[in-house]
Design a protein around this ligand. Structure first.
Ligand SMILES: NC(=O)c1ccc[n+]([C@@H]2O[C@H](COP(=O)([O-])OP(=O)(O)OC[C@H]3O[C@@H](n4cnc5c(N)ncnc54)[C@H](OP(=O)(O)O)[C@@H]3O)[C@@H](O)[C@H]2O)c1
Length: 253
C-alpha cells in the first residue's frame, strides 16, 4: 500500500530516541521529510543524521516545558521542510509515584511539559495546517486503565485524550485529523528504566510480558509504523480515535 507520504513534511517532538524516533524512521522510510526535536542538542543532531540528514531529516533542540518552544518549532518546521502536513507530539513521560507520594512539584513540572507543552504545540501548529493534515499525540494505556505507580500519567493522559477528541471535532470541518496513540509496553529506554526500578528487572519484564496477550514487549518500529500510517493520507477517514498499540494488553475495548 502506498501511504502517500512522499514529499510531505512532519514535525516530531520527543523524537531523538524511543517512540518519536521510531515514528520519524517510518515516515522517512516512506518518503516523508521530518524535523525531529528533543531537549538535548547532541542527541537531536545524531538522530537527524541517523535518519539520513538533509533534505530528509533535520533536527533542532527544544524543551516542550519551555513556553517559547512551540512557536519556534512550528516556524522552523515550515522553514526547513517547506510544508507542514502534521506532527507527532511525544514528550518524556511523567516521573513515577503514587497519588499520595508524588510531590506537588512533580505534578506541576509534568503539567507544564506533558500537558501544556502538548497543548501549546498543537495551538501553534493548527494555523499552518491545511486540509489533509494530521496531529497525533503519543499518550499511554493510562488513558483507559490506571498504571500502578504512575499516578501523574494516570491523572494527565485521560485529560489529554479528551482534549484531542475535542480538537478532532473542532478541526474536522477543515479536513484536519487528530488522534492519540496508546503504547502499552514498547521496548524503549523509558520502559527499560522502569523495569530497572524493580529489584529484579528481568523478572519484572517477564511478569509484564506474561500479562500481554502477544506475550512480549513491542518493538519501537512496530509503534513507528502505526504512527506513520495514522499520520499519512492513507488514514484519511481516521480521526478522534485513541488507538492502543499494546499487543492486546488493555482488557477493555
Ligand atoms: N515506551 C512505552 O511503551 C510507553 C508506554 C506508555 C507511555 N509512553 C509514553 O510515550 C512517551 C515517549 O516514550 P518513549 O518510550 O519514547 O520515551 P524515551 O525513550 O525516554 O524517549 C523520550 C524522548 O522525549 C524526549 N524528551 C523528554 N522530555 C522532553 C521535553 N520536556 N521536551 C522535549 N523532548 C523531551 C527525549 O529526549 P531528551 O532527553 O533529549 O529531551 C527523548 O527523545 C512518554 O511520554 C512515555 O511516558 C511510552
Amino acid at each position: 500500500m502506498d501511504l502517500g507520504l512522499g514529499g510531505r513534511g512532519y514535525l516530531l517532538t520527543g523524537a531523538s530516541r524511543g517512540l518519536g524516533f521510531a515514528a520519524a524512521r517510518a515516515l522517512v522510510d516512506d518518503g516523508a521529510r521530518v524535523l525531529v526535536s528533543s531537549r538535548t542538542p547532541d542527541s537531536v543532531a545524531r538522530a537527524a543524521e541517523e535518519l539520513g540528514g538533509a533534505p530528509a531529516a533535520f533536527g533542532t533542540a527544544a524543551d516542550l516545558a519551555d513556553a517559547a518552544a512551540a512557536e519556534r518549532l512550528v516556524t522552523e518546521a515550515g522553514d526547513r521542510l517547506g510544508r507542514v502536513d502534521g506532527a507527532l507530539v511525544s514528550v518524556g513521560g511523567p516521573p513515577p509515584g503514587t497519588v499520595l507520594d508524588a510531590s506537588e512539584e512533580d505534578w506541576r513540572a509534568s503539567i507544564d511539559s506533558v500537558f501544556l507543552g502538548t497543548l501549546r504545540l498543537v495551538r501553534a501548529l493548527v494555523p499552518v495546517l491545511d486540509d489533509g493534515a494530521a496531529i497525533g499525540l503519543v499518550l499511554s494505556t493510562s488513558v483507559r486503565e490506571p498504571i500502578a505507580h504512575l499516578a501523574i500519567s494516570n491523572g494527565l493522559r485521560p485529560g489529554l485524550a479528551m482534549t484531542a477528541k475535542s480538537l478532532a471535532t473542532e478541526l474536522g470541518p477543515r479536513g484536519i485529523r487528530v488522534f492519540g496513540l496508546l503504547p502499552g509496553r514498547i521496548a524503549t529506554d523509558r520502559i527499560v528504566q522502569m523495569d530497572r526500578r524493580s529489584p529484579d528487572p528481568d523478572a519484572a519484564r517477564r511478569a509484564s510480558e506474561a500479562s500481554i496477550p502477544l506475550r512480549r514487549y513491542g518493538r519501537p518500529e512496530e509503534f513507528g509504523r502505526v504512527a506513520a500510517f495514522c499520520l499519512s493520507p492513507a488514514a484519511s477517514y481516521l480521526t478522534g480515535v485513541m488507538l492502543p498499540v499494546d499487543g492486546g494488553m488493555l482488557q477493555g475495548l
